[in-house]
Design a protein around this ligand. Structure first.
Ligand code: CP
Ligand code: NVA
Length: 314
């Protein structure tokens, strides 16, 4: 049994498989062809949300139904989690009744404790430290745009050697990008305000030359194949919002910043976005932005991920 708690829980070779599989599953969806590997026997996904969500909920829930399975949705407020039932007991009980669990919560240690007591695979739907499903979608999106071979298949090797520029907070997304860069062999340029740096110890990556820190976000974007950012204040850090607005003012992705990147560079944002804060409307609504495909692809890659965790390679 495999869990997906961090990006590094799968190998480069498994990612290559998942991207091909997501491509296959997406084609079925676009052709309005039924693809229901979870219909017989019926498989159930439990989704536990301790933080808000639009994309993660809809992509997992719609994806599971499309594959013939069903979904149970719990939040802290409407379950005993909000009344101090231990996470270990919750895991023991829920995992006797469903086939798969997705959790969005605060500390990574909480999802790890759940997984340690779960009889079924557990997927990280975002923690304070990581957001692996999002980077899975982001990389798939990049490959769709820039990594398709002449025969139509996706070439995960096309990621090797590209430069991704991360502009903004040293948060769960940045940590996950670090793991992805190490695993798949691309370079990561990171620019964060002072006091909001990434901590390589959290990501569990070495201080090595595949990633580089820049004081000026303009320098981080120079020559990049992909520029990406995220909200200045992540869920759970709302008390810091005003201080962050001051500190992050120069970390807004503008057309001038995009002009430092390669002419064909893509722009991504995991969403939700705040136009005029971390990105201007010209950039996110402009021709280099692929954020809507990126959001849609959450569903396709997660369908491939759920299939892999439950049924293995098909
Ligand atoms: N990107 C993302 O995870 O979005 P939600 O918070 O809406 O799920
Ligand atoms: N870093 C953001 C991502 C939201 C999808 C957060 O954790 O709130």
């Amino acid at each position: 049994m495999k869990h997906y708690l961090q990006f590094k829980d799968l190998s480069a070779e498994e990612y290559a498989y998942l991207f091909q599989r997501a491509d296959f599953i997406k084609r079925k969806f676009k052709a309005v062809e039924k693809y229901q590997p979870f219909a017989d026997p019926d498989r159930t996904l439990a989704m536990i949300f301790e933080k808000a969500s639009t994309r993660t909920r809809v992509s997992f829930e719609a994806g599971m139904y499309q594959m013939g399975g069903s979904v149970v949705h719990l939040t802290t407020g409407d379950s005993q989690l909000g009344r101090s039932e231990p996470i270990e007991d919750t895991a023991r009980v829920i995992s006797r009744m469903v086939d798969l669990v997705m959790i969005r919560t605060f500390e990574q240690s909480k999802i790890e404790r759940f997984a340690a007591h779960s009889r079924v695979p557990v997927i990280n739907g975002l923690t304070n430290e990581f957001h692996p499903c999002q980077i899975l979608a982001d990389l798939f999106t990049w490959l769709e745009y820039r990594g398709r071979r002449a025969d139509g298949t996706l070439d995960v090797g096309a990621l090797r050697g590209i430069t991704v520029a991360w502009v903004g907070d040293g948060n769960n997304m940045a940590n996950t990008w670090l793991q992805a860069a190490q695993l798949l062999g691309f370079r990561l340029h990171i620019s964060t305000p002072r006091g909001y740096e990434v901590d390589p110890a959290v990501a569990g990556v070495p201080r090595a030359d595949f990633w580089r820190v820049f004081d000026d976000p303009m320098d981080a974007c120079r020559g990049a194949d992909l520029v990406t950012t995220d909200v200045w204040t992540s869920m759970g850090y709302e008390a810091e919002n005003e201080a962050r607005k001051q500190a992050f003012a120069a970390w807004c992705v503008t057309p001038a910043m995009m002009a430092q990147a390669k002419p064909d560079a893509l722009f991504m944002h995991c969403l939700p976005a705040h136009r005029g804060e971390e990105v201007t409307a010209e950039v996110i609504d402009g021709p280099q932005s692929v954020v809507w495909d990126e959001a849609e692809n959450r569903m396709h890659v997660q369908k491939a991920l759920m299939e892999y965790l439950l049924l293995g390679r098909l």
